[in-house]
Design a protein around this ligand. Sequence first.
Ligand code: SAM
Length: 301
Amino acid sequence: MAVDARGGGAAGSRAAGTLHVVATPIGNLGDLSPRAMEVLASVAAVCAEDTRRTRQLLAHAGIEQPLLPLHEHNEEAHAARLVARMLDGDSLALVSDAGTPLVSDPGFRLVRAARAAGLRVSPVPGPCAFVAALSVAGLPSDRFVFEGFLPSRAAARRERLSALASETRTLAFYESSHRIEEALADMRDAFGGDRGAVLARELTKVFETVLDGDLDALAARVAADADQRKGEFVVLVAGAGTDEDARIAEGRRLYAKLGEHLPPSTAAKLAAELSGAPRKALYGGTTAGTGNGEQGMGESG
Ligand code: SAM
């Protein structure tokens, strides 16, 4: 693949450069793709969140490149200068500390400025923690919502979670070791202890662990086991059941209760009328839907 590090124009009319947005590993350095290495080696400079970390990554790949610090606090100020440099013909790469830039990481302002200037912005896709978690969670993944980090203040975090309580798509959160216990407890309170969830910890690293179960079980496990609070986390939570699921769950609850005193057919008729659930759905089985409501917990890793 040809990479236009310097543009190809004649002297005095260099073609504009490209901004390459390059995903890097989320733990295992073997996940740096050959194309990522090729692009990182070919550009005029690499914009990096933490230049020390990126220098280590590049050294691992045998690449030496000028590094330009680009983080949340200086991105707006630097974007114009970087865009000018690319318009002048230099191609640049943008990386973050781990995973895909712009996903809970800096880069949005630079990408926006580059696009506004008509520059080519090209992705080198690769690792992303919540996508990796989703790929092994066994939760519905056809539709999901990425929420990133929850607010650090307890009141704001609870407010955010309560606003998400009836979201039917799978929810994806990022969380750090010092807040994982509180975050799980707040999720349990906001979504209900029987809501299915998956805790993906230290993905691609030595202590990779994927726990699944309901929020009651996960919150209890993390509270009881300090090892399960170490490292980096993705929390995936099953979406809320649909209205139909809720009606069926209520119908089954009524059917079980009324069945203690009434013949089954009368109990079913009454339960269906009171809940709005179809009568046929009340006999046997568990509630259909995305929340798995299991009491137990699974583990891999
Ligand atoms: N840009 C990154 C991505 O593409 O996933 C995310 C950067 S964000 C600042 C860092 C957060 O991602 C961590 O606090 C954690 O929630 C999650 N994360 C990163 N690496 C992870 C890993 N190896 N296992 C689990 N979660 C991880």
